[in-house]
Design a protein around this ligand. Structure first.
Ligand SMILES: Cc1cc2nc3c(=O)[nH]c(=O)nc-3n(C[C@H](O)[C@H](O)[C@H](O)COP(=O)(O)OP(=O)(O)OC[C@H]3O[C@@H](n4cnc5c(N)ncnc54)[C@H](O)[C@@H]3O)c2cc1C
Length: 428
């Protein structure tokens, strides 16, 4: 019996899921490999970090997503290398996964841009574990300050965010809301008004890819809501108790949130494929890797470009369209047809700054929405793109509840740091 070609997909992110779904009726077997057994909806990570949503509301078990797809199988494992000649992936446990066609969609990781101390002292927002750790850490600062108000003077309630892109803007907006509307009620004996959220951006603008009017709107809303926005500023060193600024000053803080950018997953380097800016893998116009027509690289990992030679933005839609495109090219190869080049259709960009304040830009219709309309569009589209009906329903109920009560989901500190001054945990 002739066996079906095996398509191996690395990564259960936006690109990987789109590719696997597109292969549903194809005459191939599909194996998806991911280091986690779930898909993470990264655009809502900041809501987990600010106690707006519970972690499981923005994640979905991969096997559950593909219940009904007969040609699909999942392998939990971290890819640590690959032999492109033998067409085999190497996993963390020493096992190998062989492919006929490979789709690499392992995403990106946070980029500290080599700023000293960032790796050691900053919080990142790339995974569910990081988002949950950040949520615990923020609440812990309030608990610590409630126990010893002198800590406020040493920066315990100063929260510094670096990076004025959508993640930094959304996180800053959600953080002031959490503090001013929720934590202020949790800590009635604490002078919560002394807390400060600072957003640092090295260029002269927030939300660089957006229209100038949207950018001005975002800046005005954040400042009105109490965020200290510092443009043309940068963190040059992160220390255990603060950050040093390019302008010369320092901000005492125990919480540095790094949203300054990403670099392609380190896997891009391990594979021995040529890399371009940001560590992204150089690809042919059809998204295949040079010299390896059966290997496709998509999403945040891929160095694909538009007709002007500009790298595509690292956005969910680029990954989704790339995944579908790679599948079409694999099927064309199986049928003996030549492959076609990838053309990205930009559906627009969106960001939210907080309650009743969002931005939606739709270039196809030449439309731009700010304020409550932009916010409602943001809510609707994020609900639609969440994986799983149950998650959508839970998130909808949670958002509605939060909106009308100004309350938030459980503000749990999962593992309180109760180390004593000598660094020892109390017994028991
Ligand atoms: C906080 C945040 C907010 C964002 N907001 C938006 C937004 O509002 N709109 C938007 O369009 N985009 C947004 N993005 C960007 C968007 O999430 C990415 O562009 C998109 O996820 C890229 O898809 P991908 O498939 O390339 O990778 P990912 O979705 O990152 O998926 C990569 C997968 O690969 C797995 N993986 C990684 N390394 C390995 C390995 N070695 N072995 C096995 N598995 C591995 C990971 O576990 C993950 O499941 C945001 C990103 C972040 C971090």
């Amino acid at each position: 019996m002739e066996s079906k070609p095996r398509v191996v997909i690395v990564g259960a992110g936006f690109g990987g899921l789109a590719a696997a779904r597109a292969l549903k009726r194809a005459p191939v077997s599909v194996v998806m490999v991911d280091q986690f057994n779930y898909h993470t909806f990264q655009p809502l990570l900041y809501q987990v970090a600010t106690a707006g949503l519970e972690p499981e509301e923005i994640a979905h078990a991969v096997r559950g997503i593909f219940h009904r797809q007969k040609n699909f199988d999942f392998r939990l494992g971290k890819v640590v290398g690959a032999d492109l000649g033998r067409r085999a992936l190497r996993l963390h446990d020493g096992c190998e996964v062989a492919w006929d066609y490979l789709i690499l969609s392992a995403g990106a990781s946070s980029n500290d841009f080599g700023v000293p101390g960032v790796k050691e002292h900053a919080h990142f927002l790339k995974s569910l574990t990081e988002a949950m750790a950040l949520r615990s850490h923020v609440i812990e600062q309030f608990e610590a300050a409630a126990g010893d108000p002198a800590l406020i003077g040493r920066g315990a309630l100063n929260f510094v965010l670096v990076g004025g892109g959508p993640t930094g803007v959304e996180m800053a907006g959600a953080l002031v809301e959490l503090i001013d509307r929720v934590l202020v009620r949790d800590y009635p004996h604490l002078d919560v008004s002394r807390s400060r959220v600072t957003l640092i951006e090295m260029t002269d603008r927030l939300l660089a890819p957006f229209h100038e009017k949207s950018r001005r709107h975002a800046l005005a809303v954040l400042e009105r809501r109490g965020v200290d926005v510092r443009l043309n500023e940068a963190v040059v060193e992160a220390l255990p108790g603060g950050v040093r600024l390019k302008s010369g000053g320092t901000i005492p803080t125990r919480t540095l949130i790094w949203a300054a950018g990403v670099r392609a997953n380190p896997l891009a380097g391990f594979l021995g494929l040529e890399q371009v800016r940001g560590g992204r893998v150089k690809v042919n116009p059809d998204l295949s890797a040079p010299g390896h027509p059966e290997v496709f690289v998509i999403g945040d990992m891929a160095g694909s470009t538009d007709p002007e030679g500009q790298l595509h933005p690292q956005l969910a839609q680029v990954a989704i369209q790339g995944g579908r495109h790679a599948v079409k090219q694999i099927l064309r190869q199986i049928e003996g047809q030549p492959t076609r080049e990838f053309v990205y259709h930009d559906p627009g960009v969106m960001a939210t700054i907080g309650r009743n304040a969002g931005i939606a830009e739709l270039p196809v219709l030449n439309l731009r929405f700010t304020g409550i309309l932009g916010w409602l569009m943001w809510l609707f589209l994020h609900l639609m793109y969440l994986v799983g009906f149950r998650n959508r329903l839970n998130v909808f109920i949670n958002w509605a509840y939060n909106y009308f009560t100004w309350d938030r989901s459980a503000r749990l500190i999962i593992e309180p740091d109760l180390a004593g001054p000598a660094g020892e945990r109390p017994a028991g």
